[in-house]
Write a protein that binds this ligand. Structure first.
Ligand code: SF4
Ligand code: SF4
Length: 110
């Protein structure tokens, strides 16, 4: 059976954060001044932008690896709030991650 094809602005209801390596938490997340993020979790990137810091494996340092979820969910940046599960961006990142890794590290958002 072939995979369903979705328009760029459509959401694939079959995609779930519960079955994902938290791929979006490997992306660069720019933190805005109004974001309530604890500042010890951020750093400056080479362009001088404030971004979420990443750990040595490439994930955002706010990922709680014991509970497998965002440890600052209520305080997460606006850009994280806008990242829609199953959206085209989500699907693209998951596809790229699948291609580039041999299974990856099992990490899931709750
Ligand atoms: S939003 Fe998409 S990429 Fe991010 S954890 Fe959920 S399914 Fe994975
Ligand atoms: S702040 Fe939370 S939701 Fe945003 S990238 Fe980090 S772990 Fe993921």
């Amino acid at each position: 059976m072939s995979a369903a094809v979705f328009a760029d602005d459509a959401v694939d209801p079959a995609v779930s954060c519960s079955h994902c390596d938290a791929v979006c938490c490997r992306l660069t997340v720019v933190v805005m001044p109004e974001d309530p993020v604890p500042r010890h979790l951020t750093e400056q990137d080479p362009r001088g932008l404030e971004v979420m810091a990443h750990d040595e494996d490439g994930w955002c340092v706010a990922v709680d690896q014991s509970r497998m979820c965002c440890s600052i969910y209520e305080l997460r940046p606006g850009i994280c709030r806008k990242f829609a599960m199953g959206s085209a961006y989500c699907r693209d990142e998951r596809a790229t991650y699948s291609r580039d890794t041999a299974g990856g590290i099992p990490l899931k958002l709750c």
